[in-house]
Ligand binder design. Sequence first.
Ligand SMILES: Nc1ncnc2c1ncn2[C@@H]1O[C@H](COP(=O)(O)OP(=O)(O)OP(=O)(O)O)[C@@H](O)[C@H]1O
Ligand SMILES: [Mg+2]
Length: 603
Amino acid sequence: MPIRVLPSTVVNRIAAGEVVERPASAVKELVENAIDAGATRIEVTLRDGGRSLISVVDDGCGMSAGELDLAVERHATSKLPDDDLTHIATLGFRGEALPSIGAVGRLTITSRRAGSDGAWMLAVEGGAKGAVQPAALGAGTRVELRDLFYATPARLKFLKATRTEVDHVEDAINRLAMAHPEIGFTLMDDAKPVLRLGAATADLLSDATAARLARLAQVMGRDFADNALPIDAARDGVRLTGYIGLPTLHRATAAWQFLFVNGRPVRDRLLQGAVRGAYQDFLARDRHPMVALFLDLPAELVDVNVHPTKAEVRFRDAALVRGLIVGAARHALGAAGHRAATTVAGAALAGFRPGGGERPPMPSTGLLHQAMASFAPLAPAASRGLAEERAGFAGPAAPPPAADDPAPEAAYPLGAARAQLHETYIVAQTADGIVIVDQHAAHERLVYERMKRALGEGGVARQGLLIPEVVELEEAAVARLAARADELAELGLVLEPFGPGAVVVREAPALLGETDLVGLVRDLADELAEWGAALSLRERLEEVCGTLACHGSVRAGRRLNPPEMNALLREMEATPHSGQCNHGRPTYVELKLDDIERLFGRR
Ligand SMILES: Nc1ncnc2c1ncn2[C@@H]1O[C@H](COP(=O)(O)OP(=O)(O)OP(=O)(O)O)[C@@H](O)[C@H]1O
Ligand SMILES: [Mg+2]
């Protein structure tokens, strides 16, 4: 496509503003140009964090002498052939970047048009353009920017420490690289390599999702790739793909949440909100999951021309996009069942190691976890077993296998229960490792999920008490409980005032099993005081379930027999989200035999 100067009618419709505020913004523009030029390798070099030199070298299509001469003019672009700002398929479209960069430093561009027999060079210093001259270059384009802000020293004062500027540059390259696994990227700072992202090999590229996951692993870490759930959903012409991390893999900030719109990295508050919505049941408020999501939609459904550095976009239908993200993420989390992140096992193993601290190699996770993800859930336990059996977990009737017997349960992802330790932890044997379950955390999660399901299906099953339980309380507590009696009944707890200083409990949630009702009612009364009247109990379901589960049959400290333990494991396998408790803590840890053997130096 030839470069031309845009007509002023188009120029006036382009979101204008400061393009270069720090080295990273210049790098972003130059790397975007290299990507638009079809490069397969892009090399970025900095000196002094970009203050003295920024160099970007690519092997893309290059420019002829005439194109080079035009490229540094304002509003000259090859990317808007028909003045149509609503169908933008390239990262650039304004013809602003090179002239803006040429205005704030000493810019030299050397380029060789693919197929031509010579290269050309052009210098722009503080906005003054020189003449195009013959030069030497094998292929592609080399852009060098020296002495950034030499003509506007005031801006130098706003730059941060070199390390910080380099971090910003790395961040900008990483974001662009995530959307382009077919391109190799390197970043050098004062001759030190900072970043090296090899291009996906040809056979990897034949599988676009594998190539993308490999690139995401390079940028977001192996942990993410090992613990990410694939997303693929579409609605009304909008397609969402990418990966989201398991809730047990969380971070202190939302910095590890990435959104790409038609291949363009954008920062959009919509993403954070949608992600928070999707994970709200699984994560504490101050923890954030890791996600990388790619939206592809017809150009007319998104406006990329709303922000001077193109960092934000505007969706024609933001609600549709939000709904798609929340729906797809919830679905993936639901389908992941009880998976907990492998990082948990990694940390546990690190703890065992003499000297601690140092991270062990990640356990070889992939296969078993994939097997778990595709594991067909058992029939939901809602209507049988636990729900009706006050005795607690009445599991498969099979007796516990003798130690040397191959246990049929070992074929299950969470294995066959072998022991209960400290009346709190269940140890199970799987086909190739061991699983340690925190029975209390697991039960809390199961109660929560069952309760949510039951509420969705019209109400929590109640169990009438043969002998109603009278609980003595102070008057204010009785009043608080009485005020919430209808809501509590919906959750399966039927009680009424019994004189001024007591309530009588007539029915209890069947799914709790044998329950310490006195403790439960007292705790609930205390919590109602704390929560105030503002929120409905449904909105506090997490806390209510936590309290209920606390007094249910499987709390820590209760001894379980083998069928009960196995029933708990089987129910975890069949229950979505049971790999973590309501706060993103794991409910179980899995250690592979390989890793245990390594602990003992057997490997
Ligand atoms: N590395 C490169 N390889 C080949 N051509 C390039 C390269 N960099 C710039 N160009 C050409 O120079 C033109 C001007 O680049 P510039 O970055 O100023 O504008 P743009 O990319 O068109 O739009 P934007 O301002 O949105 O980035 C481009 O349209 C492209 O034709
Ligand atoms: Mg550009």
